[in-house]
Write a protein that binds this ligand. Structure first.
Ligand code: EPZ
Length: 442
């Protein structure tokens, strides 16, 4: 299919769309099914590329993945889990970062794991040193090969005391997925505590895991000998919800995001109000969600810094920056999670936005990237009238923000590489149509 979306911008988005289970929980939940000795059932799974990649990887390892009785339901049966052929696994090399999380479950199940070279968005170095260090401390042996890593645990996996240098989401998940069946107790300090991680912990607890979340980012896991399957409905995708919320603001529109929940979005909602957006929470158990809209008048500039939870998510940054191009005054965005996540602002500049990026830590506390030659702070001067442009999507979240900019701009934009958006946004073209956007395939 032609990978270009033609966007006729300048019209507000109006209408209702629905978000399903969070991409960044669903993929890990699918991996966790490998730890059970009976089938697991996962509801509300979005039809996105990342889910297909994890499904493919699990199927290569003998896990039977089938569609359940309801829409978006997956049944994962690990009864026949087995070693997979390295060449076949390598077909998935470069397509996702999830394979690294298969290590613990595969080691527990088969005593061996082969992990291909990883992919994911190009937003920084994205090393896996924390993961490998943790696996070694559990007793695993990691051998790098030409095409990936062979990981074994000849003496089993044993609980340990760990401290992460930074509260990494993936490394925290690595420790959880390994420690739940390791012998003895594991104590993890400086853990990430994102809502998706707490949801993963809930799911593991349903399987029989014993996990205590203490204050100050300390998680204690008591290893158990066996785990059963789970039945789980994931938390909603708060990144997708925020993306549509920012789109409503940038286009002066009004969007009801069914499924969005206030609790996981509190930090985003505070910012939304500060900027001048409006929202209304509908708590109904069925059909509830959050309505986001531009109440008229001028948006206000803000100073923002991305951070680990409970801070402002790095994945909310790009859509919010597009909305900030419409705010009066100077906004500051200091990106402290990834060192190279502002490259997309050049494209916004080509559309008439006034954005300057800096190496310095602006507006907040110094971060790991200050004085290290990373352009990781942005100053956005607004409001700017955006005009149409020819855009190339660089990565998932930046890609969606290009789309928002094209929707907010006057004129017709050509957005290339849109299929990348389907990695994390289910049926985004159908949702755009439901919101009255004027788009068509080029
Ligand atoms: C997860 O990535 C998400 N991906 C990201 O979403 C999200 O941006 C990120 O968490 C932060 O919330 C998935 O869940 C699949 P990290 P992850 O480990 O786990 C450094 C999206 O668009 N680090 O918390 O890979 C790392 O370089 C994606 O949905 C090390 O230095 O992120 C980064 O600077 C993009 N060594 C920081 O930690 C390591 O071994 C945070 O990364 C691991 C991480």
């Amino acid at each position: 299919m032609n990978d270009v979306l033609v966007v006729h911008g300048g019209a507000p988005l109006h209408g209702n769309i629905r978000v399903r289970g969070a991409k960044n929980l669903v993929s890990k939940a699918m991996v966790a099914a490998l730890l059970g000795d009976s089938p697991s059932r996962l509801f509300d799974v979005p039809a996105i590329r990342d889910v297909e990649v994890v499904r493919g990887l699990l199927e290569l390892h003998g896990v039977r993945v089938s569609d359940g009785a309801t829409e978006g339901e997956l049944v994962l049966d690990p009864a026949n889990a087995d070693r997979a052929d390295a060449d076949e696994i390598n077909v998935h090399a470069g397509s996702s970062r999830i394979p690294i999380l298969l290590c613990g479950p595969l080691l527990h199940r088969l005593g061996h794991a082969f992990i291909p070279d990883l992919g994911g968005c190009n937003i920084g170095g994205r090393p896996i040193d924390f993961h490998l260090q943790a696996l070694r401390e559990f007793g695993a042996i990691v051998d790098k090969t030409a095409s990936g890593m062979e990981i074994t645990a000849p003496n089993g996996l044993h609980g340990t005391k760990l401290q992460l240098p930074y509260p990494s989401v993936g490394a925290t998940e690595q420790v959880l997925l390994t420690a739940v069946k390791a012998e003895g107790v594991t104590e993890l300090r400086n853990a990430a505590v994102e809502p998706e991680i707490i949801d993963l912990i809930c799911l593991l607890q349903k399987m029989g895991a014993i996990i205590k979340v203490h204050t100050d980012r300390v998680i204690e896991i008591e290893g158990v000998k066996r785990l059963g399957g789970y039945t789980h409905r994931p938390i909603p995708d708060r990144i997708e919800a925020a993306s549509w919320a920012a789109a409503a603001l940038a286009t002066k529109g009004d969007v009801f995001v069914e499924g969005a929940r206030q609790a996981e979005m509190m930090t985003f909602l505070n910012t939304y109000l500060s900027v001048g957006g409006a929202f209304e929470v509908d708590d109904s158990p069925v059909g509830g969600g959050i309505r986001f809209w531009h109440p008229g008048g001028e948006l206000r500039a803000v100073v923002l810094e991305t951070d680990v939870h409970p801070g402002f998510m790095t994945d909310w940054q790009q859509p919010m920056v597009v909305a900030l191009t419409q705010a009066r005054g100077l906004s500051i965005m200091h990106e402290t999670v990834y060192e190279r996540r502002l490259g997309y602002t050049r494209a916004l500049g080509s559309m008439g936005a006034t954005i300057q990026v800096y190496r310095e830590c602006l507006g907040g506390t110094p971060c790991r990237f200050g004085r290290r030659n990373f352009l990781h702070s942005a100053v956005i001067a607004g409001p700017s009238k955006l005009h149409a442009a020819e855009l190339m999507i660089p990565d998932l979240r930046a890609g969606f923000s290009h789309l928002i900019a094209a929707l907010a701009a006057e004129g017709t934009s050509q957005v290339h590489g849109v299929s990348l958006i389907n990695r994390g946004y289910e049926d985004f073209e159908g949702k755009l149509a439901a919101l009255g956007a004027h788009v068509e395939r080029g």
